[in-house]
Ligand binder design. Structure first.
Ligand code: NAP
Length: 258
């Protein structure tokens, strides 16, 4: 399938490893010009180098407004604007709903919501003017079926869902689509960290925690980052022009409802 991504200008946040990295790699493989961003310059540049194909790296902690603005200045300098924006960041710590400090709630909300929206607000006027844009946000299966012991994620990510849906209605006539991709359990370092945290919490070993997780995934395995990225690359493509305000699950069937 012709994706129409050759020469398109793409920024992927949270892209030094895991899902963001796989999406950046997938977009670059389709000929997009890609900027990858993580919290440090070193890791961002190293990730861009690993992707090759002209990808460049710039630092941005999505929880720091000044860094979001600095990244936007770098994007304007490198590209002049954006065609594709992938909103991603690190996940919050595992834990229950009770006992999280107000300071921790604010810190995670800044990184997982406020900074992402701020960057999108920078990019949107240019997308609207050129009558083309693809905004793709990475959330979690937890927005449909809350995940045990991931209360911060379950609580904060729905804000991104509500914002994406609201925005999609506002910009649909301007050729800008806004969608979310929901990972179930995709094999990344983050998932290994979550399995380790669950093992510690329950007193089981990691293999038992993993076996328990696998028993709830109809596909019987964790997904691969490239399988997840394929959905995001499709949403960025020309062929996805009439898909907006939607959520695509990439979860091997794990969410129990249709
Ligand atoms: N993998 C899954 O199955 C799964 C399931 C549900 C939800 N999710 C969510 O999907 C997102 C990506 O998942 P992942 O598995 O790829 O996570 P990951 O392996 O932890 O990767 C997170 C990426 O985000 C960057 N990052 C972390 N904090 C950041 C910040 N404040 N500002 C900018 N970048 C930041 C990290 O780079 P640096 O360290 O270089 O900054 C890294 O590149 C996370 O929010 C995760 O919670 C993943």
């Amino acid at each position: 399938m012709e994706t129409g991504l050759k020469g398109k200008r793409a920024l992927v946040l949270g892209a030094t490893r895991g899902l963001g990295f796989a999406i950046a790699k997938g977009l670059a493989a389709e000929g997009a010009r890609v900027i990858v961003a993580g919290r440090t310059s070193d890791k961002s540049v190293a990730a861009a180098k690993a992707i090759g194909k002209g990808a460049v790296g710039h630092p941005c902690d999505t929880g720091q407004a000044a860094q979001v603005d600095a990244l936007w200045n770098a994007v304007k300098h490198d590209f002049g604007g954006l065609d594709v924006l992938v909103l991603n960041s690190g996940g919050p710590p595992a834990g229950p709903a009770r006992g999280v400090s107000s300071e921790d709630w604010r810190k995670q909300f800044e990184a997982m919501f406020v900074g992402l929206v701020r960057l999108a607000d920078h990019a949107l006027p240019g997308m609207i003017e050129q009558k083309f844009g693809r905004i793709i946000a990475i959330a979690s299966s937890g927005v449909i079926q809350p995940i045990p012991n991931l209360a911060m994620s379950n609580a904060i990510r729905p804000a991104l869902v509500g914002w994406c849906k609201s925005l999609s209605n506002e910009v649909a006539k301007d050729g800008v689509t806004v969608n979310l991709v929901l990972p179930g359990r995709i094999q990344t370092e983050r998932v290994e960290e979550i399995d380790a945290a669950n093992a510690k919490r329950t007193g089981k070993d990691v293999a038992a925690v993993r076996a328990d997780a696998l028993s709830r995934i109809p596909a019987g395995r964790y997904g691969e980052a490239d399988e997840f990225a394929a959905a995001a690359v499709f949403l960025a493509s020309a062929g996805a022009s009439y898909i907006s305000g939607s959520m695509i699950r990439v979860d091997g069937g794990a969410i129990a409802s249709v």
